[in-house]
Design a binder for this molecule. Structure first.
Ligand code: HEM
Length: 234
């Protein structure tokens, strides 16, 4: 290898083809003239990609629990807190925006907000935190509502864990699964708290773009747990 570009061998896809980079980067919000907006929008897009990855892993955790395969359940749950912690660190990047840059972005956003992230609600619904009031969130598309409605009919990870714990004959295996689930929920609680601090930094006591009480709403939301049963040790 001398570092010069060579065509991939016959029948093999290149790195860019496998990752569909032409499509991905043409729809990524990295082309705006304003680099503050690039940081803000691309951060949200990368969060959405990771929310999708969380959903796939949570589905795999549920399937492994239903198959009484605790080793696989723990393995599939292992990346969850790491991913969420990565998302928490992304808030640190957004905190580098100046108040003026943030205010300009906020004006552009209008009433749009992360509150309208259907995938975030899917994560909550799939785990078992099922507040159906969110179904009527302004800004959800019909497809969003249909996906969320389908999640409500599905078995939750929490139900799968509870049933697995009743059937299991090895208490150590139950404990390993429980800890893996708590690690995820704890990381999510830290994400929520970091989010609230960030909102406080930029909004003070002002309302959010979706019309909530801003940081005060997010501090209240930080008390939510998506897998409360896993926290109980007895
Ligand atoms: C400077 C950056 C940010 C600020 C100031 C901020 C602020 C807020 C506020 C005030 C809310 C409450 C709803 C509202 O009235 O708008 C909210 C909700 C939300 N935001 Fe952010 N946010 C930021 C970045 C992000 C990022 C990067 C994501 C990742 C996708 C995100 C995802 C969410 C989600 C999922 C909710 C709903 C939370 C819940 O209901 O528990 N936010 N945000």
């Amino acid at each position: 290898m001398n570092g010069q570009a060579v065509a991939p061998p016959e029948g093999q896809l290149s790195y860019g083809e496998i990752l569909q980079l032409d499509d991905l980067l043409s729809s990524a919000r990295v082309h705006d003239d304003d680099v503050d907006s690039v940081l803000f929008l691309a951060t949200h897009q990368s969060c959405e990609i990771y929310f999708a990855v969380l959903l796939r892993h949570l589905e795999a955790v549920r399937a492994a629990l239903d198959a009484d395969d605790s080793t696989l359940a723990v393995r599939r749950a292992a990346p969850l807190p790491i991913i969420v912690t990565t998302l928490t660190r992304q808030f640190d990047g957004l905190a580098t925006l100046t108040p003026r840059a943030f205010d300009a972005i906020r004006t552009e956003l209008g009433t749009a907000s992360g509150f309208q992230s259907a995938q975030f609600r899917e994560v909550e619904y799939l785990c078992g935190l099922r507040d159906t009031r969110f179904l009527s969130t302004q800004g959800f598309s019909e497809e969003d509502r249909a996906r969320l409605g389908a999640r409500l009919k599905e078995r939750s990870v929490q139900e799968a864990y509870a049933d697995f714990a009743v059937r299991a004959t090895d208490p150590d295996a139950v404990e390993r699964v429980r800890r893996a689930l708590v690690d995820f929920d704890e990381a999510l609680a830290m994400w929520r708290a970091r989010h609230a601090v960030l909102a406080e930094r930029f909004l003070g006591g002002a309302t959010g773009t979706a019309g909530s009480e801003g940081a005060a709403y997010l501090w209240m939301a930080a008390r939510r747990r998506v897998l409360p049963d896993a926290w109980a040790t007895s």
